[in-house]
Design a protein around this ligand. Sequence first.
Ligand SMILES: Cc1cc2nc3c(=O)[nH]c(=O)nc-3n(C[C@H](O)[C@H](O)[C@H](O)COP(=O)(O)O)c2cc1C
Length: 199
Amino acid sequence: MNTYPSAYEADMSTRDPLAGVGAEFPARWSPRSFKKTSIAQEDLAIIFDAARWAPSAYNEQPWRILTSTEETFDTFLGLLTKPNQKWALNASVLGFMIAHRTFTHNGQHNGWAIYDCGAAWMSLTLQARKFGLYTHGMAGINKEGIYATFAINAEEYEVVAGFALGVLDVREKLEKPYVDWEAPSGRKPLTEVWKQGAW
Ligand SMILES: Cc1cc2nc3c(=O)[nH]c(=O)nc-3n(C[C@H](O)[C@H](O)[C@H](O)COP(=O)(O)O)c2cc1C
């Protein structure tokens, strides 16, 4: 298992987890400045295997993860929106989370497939952090282009979101406005998101 060191330690002062929250949660953030680095195949296998262990409705495991190789990186990059292309070009791997739309056991619509894809993505993200790597999720993708480029049957599968995976580089390598956004963000207070006993 290799480690992929970051170019610097980010300032975590905007992050205020309660004492006792596992360090891996606030230590995950979504940078845009990546240092082009090749990730060993065996490390990638571990990262994407971690996604397999996410929970899912009926244990359907509806997630499919389509990732770039060095040869196909530019094709994947071209399937991001232009603003995302500007910073994602130095990621090591680009990927798309894709959901199988129906349940295997009865062929009915799986209304939780996207929810389960999110769980799988968080699993692979936290595993990536164990290697020192970072992910950055992307809504800004060309879904129609992805279905067409990879001949994905849109009746069977839903392209959910994209992501970049890579090694953290210094923020100064980003152009504006991205350089100004390159910092771990804060969060809503716990009282706003956690309602106990009544809404
Ligand atoms: C589903 C999803 C879609 C996102 N889409 C984009 C995107 O298209 N472009 C982008 O720069 N960031 C995108 N983000 C990153 C979010 O802006 C980021 O996760 C959020 O601001 C919280 O910051 P943090 O991940 O650093 O904690 C996306 C994140 C998620 C989970």
